[in-house]
Write a protein that binds this ligand. Structure first.
Ligand code: ADP
Ligand code: MG
Length: 744
């Protein structure tokens, strides 16, 4: 009760928006303030040194020592002028979060003058410190790739992502150096190395196809990524009273209140003021960090929100998504709120996802998946579109693996997020375009009388209210049930979990699409024969072939429906419901060969990742099991017993008065409580014994297997029993804040 009152009475916190002269600063004036970008570098380095640096990073060469020293010195001066005392390599081990180890700029220098040793303190930062660091790597997940005696790991500056400053203790700051994390033998131990590898492979493949099409200008193609981040915000005091939320990120017991999201009054509603203050403060920090946050709004569930940035090159977008999550986490603390990134913190209430909007851009700024007004004659678009479809068709299993986790499993297929079947949605118009190509006929006319095409990629919708401006309508409608939907000029990978790094899904998507682009290029080269460029007919023959071969992956209907499950099975599409099955896709020859052939992952790296995923999955479930067991044994059952004693006392006292007790309402509740308590106790004991069996197993694979098959079920059974009891035990005795308190 105190916590609830605390939550209600908490004073708001506001942070001053920066001034520019005597007016509030524009976002554009704040943007990137804390980023040491190429422009800042150019301003501080001597011209030839800067030129050499650019030449070396563009050419993917290693950076020579004098250049590195100069860049390090410039970065140090820039950072120290802004209060930096420390620097850190910032990297992404396979834990879903980031890691850092701070080093101060302090160096001791000893000089001997007149035979006397004099030690003085200086601030130094060398090129080698910038380029490389050696964290004690043995305690990061490595999936058995290294034994402890060769536990060396290196973090190496990723020159494609700029350094930035974040708040340190006092009013100091820390210089962050985005880095990759590799083993002594050069194996990837992180999320980023493989992302950078996949980006290069994708670029090479796409540039080759463009070349065949006669484009000699484009030298580089990159994946663009825009991550829509969903999350919940709840009060910290209440959060602290829920061991399940604290330890596992989700509620393991609790029933939905009478009013939750049925009314859909939260979606796009007014953002509560404490939440708005939190998001606004986070945004201010993110602007300074050059994270282009753009949109904020309420989501479907109570206390659920979303922030989306403007898309960027994928590797930078991944860094920025992680910075966004960390910043939100820290700022929420300052507002006495707790941000929940778990995919399913509350049962019976919508979960959270991270929609990954993905497309391909050339260095000329062209979006290769932009259909433009007439997609049917935009051959470049058609080729890249069918390449993406072909990739999803051949490697849907891989994409499914990339989003599998114990937490996302609660959301996938839970009638709010796409099921375990990976399919692609194109929308009516593009479906018609592809159908017409296959049928060798004209495209059905899409312009209706009240619609006229003006906007590239869309049409104008007349609202029939003359005071409203006409609005642009996307070429595609939406299908919120599709795991992989074309939305205007990009694909939206909607099944990605809110908690996970967007890196691995992007890697596997990049890899699969790169392979399909190459397959298409080869076909096209064959088709064109000795002609300098393929003819329209050549292109259409290839496009037609790939439309047909990938047709089974396309689905326009309701992905949540039972019919789709049946239909997908007929089409031979895998329906992967459980994590261990999903993880095993990584090892399937057709998928692992793709990654090894492209040089994105070695066989060892694939196996290592498989083991890390399995181990994490088993551990997550065991932790949930233990947490739930403790909550039941130490909280729920004692509460039920206490309530039962109260009821028993009531009954006994009435019996002593000589009243007939068999018809007492107390008696009825007492009986119900007794039955429900017995069921709960039995379920909790069963849960405990399964946990013991999982723990007794040796390998992570066996553990994951058993946990997936039995622990998940036992967790549900205990929850079911506890939730039934929650409805009968008196409110004042219930040991944990309920959904009503947490969500409203
Ligand atoms: P919606 O999903 O509601 O259509 P938007 O069009 O605003 O919303 O896009 C959502 C996300 O998709 C944003 O983060 C946006 O930057 C991103 N996005 C838009 N275009 C692209 C693109 N070409 N490549 C990658 N992401 C994109
Ligand atoms: Mg969207």
């Amino acid at each position: 009760i105190e916590a609830v009152q605390d939550a209600v009475q908490r004073p708001g916190r506001t942070v001053e928006w920066p001034q520019h002269g005597n007016r509030p600063a524009y976002i554009s004036e704040i943007y990137g303030q804390n980023v040491f970008d190429l422009k800042s570098l150019q301003q501080t380095l001597p011209k030839p040194v800067y030129a050499r640096f650019i030449q070396q990073i563009k050419g993917r060469m290693s950076i020579d020592r004098p250049t590195a020293d100069a860049v390090a010195h410039a970065a140090k001066v820039w950072a120290m002028d802004r209060g930096a005392t420390h620097f850190t390599h910032w990297f992404q081990p396979q834990t879903g979060t980031t890691a850092e180890k701070h080093d101060s700029f302090l160096t001791l220098k000893t000089v001997i003058s007149n035979g006397i040793e004099e030690t003085s303190a200086i601030d130094a930062f060398s090129g080698s410190q910038l380029l490389q660091s050696e964290p004690d790597a043995s305690s990061f997940p490595n999936g058995g790739m290294r034994t402890t005696f060769e536990a060396r790991g290196y973090t190496i500056w990723d020159t494609t992502s700029p350094m930035f400053l974040r708040k340190g203790p006092h009013s100091t700051s820390i210089l962050y150096i985005p880095s990759v994390f590799i083993s002594y033998n050069g194996e990837a131990l992180d999320e980023k190395t493989i992302l950078l590898r996949s980006a290069e492979v994708l670029s090479t493949a796409a540039v080759k196809l463009l070349n065949v099409l006669g484009d000699k200008e484009t030298k580089r193609v990159y994946a663009t990524l825009g991550t829509e981040q969903e999350f919940f915000l709840i009060d910290r005091a209440l959060y602290n009273l829920r061991p399940d939320l604290k330890i596992t990120g989700r509620t393991l017991v609790g029933t939905v209140p009478p009013k939750h999201q049925q009314l859909e009054d939260h979606y796009f509603g007014q953002i509560p003021s404490r939440v708005l203050a939190t998001i606004a403060e986070a945004e201010l920090e993110l602007y300074k960090l050059g994270v282009p946050v753009k949109t904020r709004h309420n989501e479907v569930a109570p206390n659920q929100f979303e922030i989306a940035p403007i898309f960027e090159e994928a590797s930078v977008a991944v860094d920025h998504n992680l910075v966004l999550m960390e910043t939100l986490h820290q700022v929420a603390h300052r507002h006495k709120l707790k941000v929940l990134f778990h995919e399913k913190p509350f049962k019976g209430v919508n979960g959270s996802g991270k929609h990954c909007n993905w497309s391909l851009s050339t260095d000329q700024g062209d979006n290769l998946l932009d259909p433009t007004i007439k997609p049917e004659t935009n051959y470049r678009f058609l080729l890249f579109l069918v390449a993406t479809l072909d990739a999803v068709h051949k490697h849907g299993g891989l994409l499914r693996a990339s989003i599998a986790s114990a937490s996302n499993e609660h959301r996938l297929g839970a009638n709010e997020a796409p099921p375990g079947i990976v399919s692609a949605f194109l929308g009516e118009h593009l479906t018609e375009v592809l159908d017409s190509i296959v049928d060798k006929r004209d495209v059905r006319n899409f312009s209706q009388p009240h619609l006229q095409t003006v906007k590239v990629g869309g049409t104008v919708l007349d609202l029939k209210v003359s005071t409203l401006p006409t609005i642009a309508r996307d070429l595609t409608d939406r299908n919120r049930t599709s795991p992989f939907a074309f939305t205007g000029n990009k694909f939206e990978f909607r099944a990605v979990g809110s908690k996970q790094s967007p890196s691995f899904p992007t890697v596997l998507l990049n890899a699969s699409v790169a392979a399909s682009i190459t397959a298409i290029t080869e076909e096209l080269v064959k088709q064109k024969g000795s002609k300098p460029e393929p003819s329209i007919d050549d292109i259409l023959i290839v496009v037609r072939k790939f439309i047909t071969s990938s047709k089974s992956i396309r689905f326009e209907g309701n992905n949540y429906s039972e019919e789709w499950v049946v239909e997908a099975e007929k089409r031979g599409l895998p329906n992967i419901k459980q994590c261990p099955v999903a993880f095993r896709q990584l090892l399937a020859a057709e998928h692992s060969n793709l990654l090894t052939k492209l040089g994105i992952m070695t066989t060892e790296e694939i196996h290592s990742r498989f083991h890390i995923l399995m181990e994490k999955y088993a551990k997550d479930l065991v932790i949930e099991g233990n947490t739930l067991k403790n909550m039941i044994m130490q909280g729920v059952l004692p509460a039920a017993f206490a309530f039962k004693k109260e009821l028993t006392d009531l009954v006994v006292s009435q019996k002593n008065l000589g009243l007939e007790i068999s018809t007492l309402p107390e008696m009825k509740t007492l009986k119900t409580i007794t039955t429900l308590t017995t069921t709960l106790q039995t379920a909790a004991e069963k849960l405990a014994s399964i946990i013991d069996r999982v723990n007794a197993l040796e390998g992570s694979e066996e553990q994951g297997e058993l946990a997936g098959a039995e622990l998940t079920v036992a967790l549900e059974e205990v929850r079911h029993a506890s939730d039934a009891l929650e409805l009968y035990v008196s409110d004042k005795q219930w040991p944990y804040p309920k959904y009503t308190e947490l969500l409203f």
